[in-house]
Write a protein that binds this ligand. Structure first.
Ligand code: FPP
Length: 252
């Protein structure tokens, strides 16, 4: 199937819950870790497609705050995969001008992984292409709790009047401060859940759930998800804010 996309109606920010690596592997008699390894190729494919299409932001939910409870072997395997991925992809990120950011409780990461993440973020910070945000050791409630504490501290110090706290104040204290909310959320492997991912940020996001498991989710499936997004927009019409934003973008 040919997927036709309207380049003027792409989402600015796509977020992905990459689910199903374990099941994909188990169905084939392989180890769960093998599934994550193949899933890494899907990460690569989706980043390349996103960059080529000109997306501005792509968030990948790589490891949740609950994933620490998995068997230590699997956690170690995932951490190693992440570190090696960061080390091996740096050249490509520079070439494609990809800027890397991370959200989540990075203090829980093993020091070599944290170091690899920090160093990739620092080296890619001036890149002007697509921004890839890795959600690692991330939990939506944890994000909101930390924002709440930070705001409460400012109130306690007398630096903020509770009356002035609004949605922008909260958003500015989340891990995603400065990043527009996702326009589209993709979840692979069929589950209709948010699983403690972006709780605040997904308030108005279009949701796309596919039965395809993450290791099988490649460029074609990604384009299909984007086509779904564009159909939703055509069917339901756009808001004044969106049309204004698009006019602004077209003018730039
Ligand atoms: C969900 O599948 C996937 C994960 C917990 C990890 C995602 C990690 C990758 C795709 C690999 C590397 C990532 C990067 C950014 C290089 P699952 O294990 O929950 O699958 P299941 O629901 O079938 O058990």
């Amino acid at each position: 199937m040919m997927v036709e996309l309207d380049p003027s109606q792409l989402p600015r920010h796509v977020a992905v819950i990459m689910d199903g690596n374990g099941r994909w592997a188990q169905q084939r008699g392989l180890t769960r870790l093998h599934g994550h390894r193949v899933g890494k190729e899907s990460v690569r494919a989706v980043i390349e497609a996103g960059k080529r299409l000109g997306l501005e932001y792509l968030t990948l939910f790589a490891f949740s705050s609950e994933n620490w409870q998995r068997p230590p072997r699997e956690v170690d395997g995932l951490m190693n995969l992440l570190r090696r991925y960061l080390e091996s992809e740096l050249g490509k990120m520079m070439k494609h001008q990809i800027r890397l950011l991370a959200v989540g409780d990075l203090s829980r990461l093993p020091p070599p992984v944290r170091q690899a993440l920090r160093s990739t973020i620092a080296r890619t910070r001036d890149n002007t292409g697509m921004t890839v945000i890795l959600a690692v050791s991330y939990g939506g409630r944890d994000d909101i709790l930390r924002a709440t504490r930070a705001i409460a501290r400012q109130v306690a110090r007398g630096e903020m009047d509770p009356q002035t706290i609004d949605a922008d104040t909260v958003a500015a204290h989340l891990g995603t401060a400065g990043i527009p909310d996702p326009d589209l959320l993709i979840r692979t492997s069929g589950e209709m859940r948010i699983s403690n991912f972006f709780l605040w940020q997904l308030a108005y996001t279009e949701l796309y759930v596919t039965d395809t498991m993450w290791p099988d989710f490649r460029e074609r499936e990604f384009l299909q998800a984007l086509a779904f997004f564009q159909q939703r927009h055509r069917r339901f019409g756009r808001t004044a804010e969106q049309t204004a934003r698009e006019r602004l973008r077209a003018a730039n």
